[in-house]
Design a protein around this ligand. Structure first.
Ligand code: CA
Length: 234
C-alpha cells in the first residue's frame, strides 16, 4: 500500500516540488498550508509520515505543532521530518524535545529528502502485536517478558529489572534515534509521574550493566548535550 505523507508548508513552490517528488517515488502526498489545514488532513486520515515546515503562518509554528502531535495518542507515533531554513537548524535539542525525528535544511534536493524519508520510515518499523522485537543481537519475548542475547550464535537469557525492561523495550522499538531524558521519562515512566531526570541516568546505568555480560552494553549510547540513543552501530 502507498505510504501517505503529509506536507505542511506555506510556500507553494516548495510544497509542489515535494509533492511531485513524492508522487514520482510512489508515495501519496497530502498538502497543508498551515496548522489548521494539517489538523484537518490528519483527522481525514492519519499519515505515515509528516514533513513539517519550521516557520508557518497563523497561530502555530512547526515546533508547536510537533509538540502537540507528540502529546496526542492519534499522532504520537507518526514520524516527523522538520524542514528548516538555514540558521534555524541550531535549535536541534528543542526539536528533539518536541519529538522531531530528523531535519532537512532548505534548500534541499528531492533526492536528499527522499533518502531521509526512507531512513525515517525504516526506523519507524512497528513491533509485533505481543511486544516481541528483535534488534541486532537482542531479542525481547513480549509474551514471556524476557530478554535474550545472541552471543556467538547461542541465545542467552538477560537478567533485567522491570524498569530496565521497559526502557530497553522502548529503545528497541525506537532504535537509531536520540531521546532526551524528558522524552524518556514521558515514554517509559509516563508523563503524569513525577520523576527526576537523573533517575533516567540511574536506569541507563543499570541497563548497561544488565547488557554487559553479553557485551552489548555499548548499544546504549550517550549523545552529549542531547540524551541517549539505542543503536546497533557501536
Ligand atoms: Ca515557511
Amino acid at each position: 500500500m502507498q505510504k501517505r505523507i503529509l506536507i505542511v508548508e506555506d510556500e507553494p513552490a516548495i510544497r509542489d516540488m515535494v509533492a511531485f517528488a513524492l508522487r514520482k517515488d510512489d508515495y501519496e502526498p497530502v498538502a497543508a498550508g498551515d496548522g489548521r489545514e494539517a489538523q484537518a488532513a490528519i483527522a481525514d486520515r492519519v499519515p505515515d509520515l509528516i514533513l513539517l515546515d519550521w516557520m508557518l503562518p497563523g497561530g502555530s509554528s512547526g515546533l508547536e505543532l510537533a509538540r502537540r502531535w507528540r502529546r496526542e495518542a492519534l499522532t504520537r507515533d507518526i514520524p516527523i521530518i522538520m524542514l528548516t531554513a538555514r540558521g534555524e537548524e541550531n535549535d536541534r535539542v528543542g526539536g528533539l524535545e518536541a519529538g522531531v525525528d530528523d531535519y532537512v535544511v532548505k534548500p534541499f534536493s528531492a533526492r536528499e529528502l527522499l533518502a531521509r524519508i526512507r531512513a525515517v520510515l525504516r526506523r519507524a518499523r512497528e513491533d509485533d502485536a505481543d511486544g516481541s522485537v528483535r534488534v541486532g543481537a537482542l531479542r525481547i519475548d513480549g509474551a514471556a517478558h524476557r530478554v535474550f542475547a545472541d552471543v556467538g550464535g547461542m541465545e542467552e537469557s538477560v537478567t533485567i529489572g522491570p524498569t530496565e525492561y521497559r526502557l530497553l523495550h522502548f529503545f528497541m522499538t525506537h532504535a537509531e534515534r536520540v531521546y532526551t531524558r524528558t522524552q524518556l521519562l514521558d515514554h517509559v515512566w509516563g508523563g503524569s509521574v513525577y520523576v527526576e531526570e537523573r533517575t533516567v541516568d540511574v536506569h541507563i546505568r543499570r541497563l548497561r550493566k544488565a547488557l554487559e555480560p553479553s557485551s552489548l552494553d555499548a548499544m546504549v549510547q550517550t549523545v552529549r548535550g542531547a540524551g541517549y540513543r539505542f543503536s546497533t552501530a557501536t
